[in-house]
Write a protein that binds this ligand. Structure first.
Ligand code: DLL
Length: 423
């Protein structure tokens, strides 16, 4: 599609999305009224800049169904991000949304080189997380043979990979490396497997990691990007050039803005990605602040696809951490610690990558009475904090008690997080 035709399609779809949220979602109606936005007179994509941004906080404030644009009886699927209690965000899909989602993921699989002849092993979690089901429906839409094995149990993954002749692997890049190392340990030569392509996403990774995965698994590793608030996987994905992710621009309108001024950056400059959905029925999003940092690549891609590419995600403009694929905010840890007696409001989160798996240690200052107390009491406290954190975060973390005033104090922002992962 030429850029001109694409922009016309985007404008028409934007107009109908604005009508949809303006009439069905009180949150947006109020925002538009306050800003005196009359979306009926939207004549160009430039007008988008008159619209308000939507943030993760807006989703939380409207928990669970406040931002849905259809009645629940039209919703056929519900997903939720990262399963945490107070901070969860909930998204919904109509039948048509699921159809579009499947088509878009099928596109991403195709771009990465997967076909109906492939046996595809989906080692993403199936559940509230969008990764498993999102890739699953896309792969079925494509006609590939899907193995819905879900995440974990690495030995079994390898057994199945050998027996079922898996040719495409889908998971997080860190899990791909865990599988690669397990193969090595088990003395299995990856060249003896049928594996030829991998689609990895849901967490940040690097070119160095790509090289390592390619070498250790003997495959072409591609990157794909998405987020639950917008749809899940299927927003953008790499073709076999492996040089930036093609954005599904007929369904999503992307802007890159300066996270401080919220003004658009120069074309090709790095900034925060802001996404507007163009076809979503149940859960449309207007100018959603992803907090993900990237840049658009305006040059045409040698593969011939005309959809614009974005560079792999380079970081975040907030403090969200992705640990074992789960989104974690330091403030969640703080909230738990504050509620626990005898702890000081000083803590530090240390993240390491051990054998390609994320490991989190939370150092917590405790008052003298506890610190010099008997071991048994300390152990009880550690177990208590661990259990509370696991319930809040959805992942297990190590906890170490430290004496009062051991953690470095800072004059400015305190450095709560030490991320030692070298991606
Ligand atoms: O991670 C959706 C997904 C599933 C994408 C499977 C790709 C494959 P959430 O759990 O809502 O959704 O997390 C979204 O994860 O805002 C990014 O910060 C990060 N992220 C997702 N894909 C990538 C990627 C899914 N390829 C958040 N590179 C996003 C870097 C990524 N970060």
């Amino acid at each position: 599609m030429s850029r001109e035709d694409l922009e016309q399609l985007q404008l028409e779809r934007l107009q109908s999305t604005l009508y949809r949220v303006g009439t069905h979602v009180p949150f947006y109606r109020k925002k538009f009224d306050n800003l005196k936005v009359n979306y009926d007179d939207f004549q160009s994509l430039e007008d988008l800049r008159r619209l308000p941004f939507t943030s993760k906080q807006d989703l939380r404030d409207n928990y669970p169904y406040g931002l849905f644009a259809v009645p629940l009886r039209d919703v056929v699927r519900i997903h939720s991000s990262s399963g945490t209690t107070g901070l969860a965000t909930v998204v919904g899909y109509t039948k048509n949304d699921i159809k579009n989602w499947s088509n878009l993921v099928a596109r991403i699989l195709t771009a990465a080189g997967v076909t109906a002849d492939d046996v595809i092993q989906i080692a993403f979690g199936y559940g509230l997380f969008t990764g498993g089901f999102g890739l699953h429906y896309g792969a079925e839409r494509l006609g590939a043979s899907v193995i819905p094995i879900s995440a974990g149990n690495t030995k079994r993954q390898i057994q199945i990979m050998q027996d079922f002749k898996t040719s495409a692997l889908v998971c997080t890049p860190s899990y791909a490396l865990i599988i690669a190392d397990a193969l090595l340990e088990m003395g299995i030569n990856p060249n003896g497997l049928s594996l030829r392509v991998g689609l990895f996403g849901a967490e940040p990774w690097s070119e160095a990691m790509r090289r390592e995965i390619n070498e250790k698994l003997g495959i072409v590793a591609t990157d794909n990007y998405g987020l639950s608030e917008i749809m899940g996987p299927g927003v953008a994905g790499e073709c076999q050039e492996c040089n930036g992710l093609h954005i599904n621009e007929d369904h999503f309108l992307l802007e890159v803005v300066d996270p401080d001024t919220m003004e658009p950056v120069e074309p090709g400059e790095t900034g925060e990605l802001v996404i507007t959905t163009l076809t979503k029925e149940a859960f449309p999003m207007i100018r959603y602040r992803t907090r993900d940092l990237t840049r658009l690549i305006p040059e045409p891609c040698p593969c011939g696809r005309t959809f614009m590419r974005m560079q792999r995600i380079m970081g975040r403009s907030d403090d969200m951490l992705i640990i074992k694929g789960v989104n974690v905010f330091p403030v969640q840890i703080e909230k738990v610690l504050i509620e626990i007696e005898d702890t000081e409001p000083h803590y530090q989160i240390i993240i390491d990558r051990d054998n390609h798996s994320d490991k989190v240690t939370v150092l917590v200052e405790v008052n003298e009475s506890i610190f010099f107390d008997e071991m048994r009491k300390q152990r009880v406290m550690v177990d208590h904090i661990k259990a509370r954190l696991a319930a809040e975060l959805g992942i297990s973390v190590d906890v170490k008690l430290v004496e009062e005033k051991t953690l470095e104090r800072s004059e400015g922002k305190s450095k709560r997080v030490i991320d030692n992962r070298k991606l």
